[in-house]
Design a protein around this ligand. Structure first.
Ligand SMILES: [Zn+2]
Length: 419
């Protein structure tokens, strides 16, 4: 389907001049290479309409943008990728085949909308419409219900004609290999700590009753911990993300491996059904979960890639990486020691959950070479915890506790390497 021409712009000389001026302005914007800068593109509204036989999903924006759309199964989803956008609109109620949707920065240069559908669907139509009436530039997607078999046979990527060119200019910034790992002289080599703020972009993580987003809490705390560790002058610190975008789980620990990190700390602040439960807890990798709650939590955290609409079909199975690898065993033992120290030092600063150190099969902790822990900083389902998790003073307390635990861990490592 072709796009409708812009109407009403060329009526009369004055409008003609205005149109010409607008065209020139657009040309200047394009030449200066800022055509798709985040600050320029605004989502006005998302509209969902139920029609006979199909559901229409409309993204209304202030500019015409290129797009890519594809479907995923397990669970069934439709993913729309667009250039970096500002999301000022309020959310629309799910309707028809749409069970819900979320959005965010998938990676620098690409914003993503993930639509959960009630059943397998196919993209029947996709097109853009130029501004008209009260509406701005629109990307329109019509989805229809299909059988599982049809889904498997028809699932494919569709794009606007200008998407391949756009994506060529915004090649995937490789999070793992984007910056070469520094190689300082061995005697000067300070331990490298990787801090991983959980979730991000289209995956908000848990959302508290006061509207606190886990993805924002984890980033703020990571920055506070980084500041505390760096101020000591004893460590090099990197964050897996320093702004609000998504990184697939496996890439998070690959960043640590690439930088030959000495420790990997993933930060989270989840929700739990029982609202009176509060306090921080620390998790390390294990084949068998320590308890039901830990197993449930790991299962939830491991869904992060699904929530963010990551297409895992291209990922090879990590068959060789069994937990029984000798190297992994040694790494797991070091992770265990660090977790124990964390529990002790965190307990001096903030409230802890009972049985603070727990175990489960967290995907993000599976590096065979870098000792890794996951900290649940508290529960966003508890009002007191939520208040604290929004408080910069609390973030700094976590920072000092982390510094003491990291110090204790490396004192032990040094003792072991000397003996
Ligand atoms: Zn989380």
């Amino acid at each position: 389907m072709t796009e409708k021409p812009t109407t009403g712009l060329m009526k009369g000389t004055a409008r003609g001049m205005a149109g010409l001026f607008l065209c020139l302005l657009m040309l200047v914007v394009n030449l200066s290479g800022k055509a798709f800068a985040a600050k320029d593109i605004q989502v006005n509204e998302v509209r969902i309409g139920e029609h006979a036989g199909y559901t229409r999903f409309v993204v209304d924006m202030n500019s015409q943008v290129p797009y890519e759309i594809f479907t995923l199964s397990g669970p069934y989803r439709v993913v729309i990728d667009l250039p970096e956008l500002n999301w000022a609109q309020k959310k629309s109620k799910p309707l028809g085949l749409v069970a819900g949707y979320r959005y965010g920065l998938f990676r620098p240069g690409v914003s993503r909308i993930v639509i959960d559908t009630k059943k397998p669907v196919a993209i029947k139509k996709h097109f853009r419409i130029a501004p008209g009436g009260k509406s701005g530039h629109r990307v329109v997607i019509d989805i229809i219900p299909v059988t599982d078999q049809t889904f498997a046979a028809t699932s494919r990527k569709v794009t606007s004609p200008d998407w391949p060119d756009y994506i060529k200019r915004h090649q995937q910034r490789d999070v793992v290999n984007s910056t070469p790992a520094p190689t300082p002289a061995p005697e000067k080599r300070k331990p490298m700590i990787i801090l991983d703020p959980g979730h991000g972009g289209p995956d908000p993580g848990a959302i508290g009753s006061m509207g606190t987003y886990e993805k924002k809490v984890t980033l703020s705390v990571a920055k506070a911990v980084k500041a505390a560790l760096e101020k000591s002058g004893r460590y090099r610190v990197r964050l897996t993300r320093d702004r609000d975008f998504y990184i697939p789980l496996r890439q998070r620990y690959q960043v640590a491996e690439k930088h030959e990190a000495d420790l990997f700390v993933s930060l989270h602040a989840d929700k739990i059904d029982r609202r009176n439960v509060r306090g921080a807890s620390v998790y390390t990798l294990s084949e068998n979960a320590s308890d039901k709650e830990a197993a449930k939590l790991a299962a939830k955290e491991n869904k992060s890639d699904l929530i963010a609409g990551v297409d895992l079909s291209g990922y090879d199975e990590v068959v060789a990486r069994t937990l029984l690898d000798f190297e992994q065993r040694a790494t797991m033992e070091q992770s265990w020691h660090f977790a124990e120290m964390l529990v002790k030092d965190l307990g001096q600063e903030i409230r802890l959950l009972r049985n603070t150190h727990r175990f489960a099969g967290f995907a993000v902790l599976k590096s065979p070479t870098v000792p890794s822990v996951l900290i649940e900083l508290g529960y966003l389902s508890n009002r007191k915890d939520e208040k604290l998790l929004r408080d910069p003073v609390h973030h700094r307390k976590i920072g000092s506790a982390l510094l003491r635990a990291v110090d204790a861990y490396f004192r032990r490592q040094n003792r072991l390497s000397r003996s």
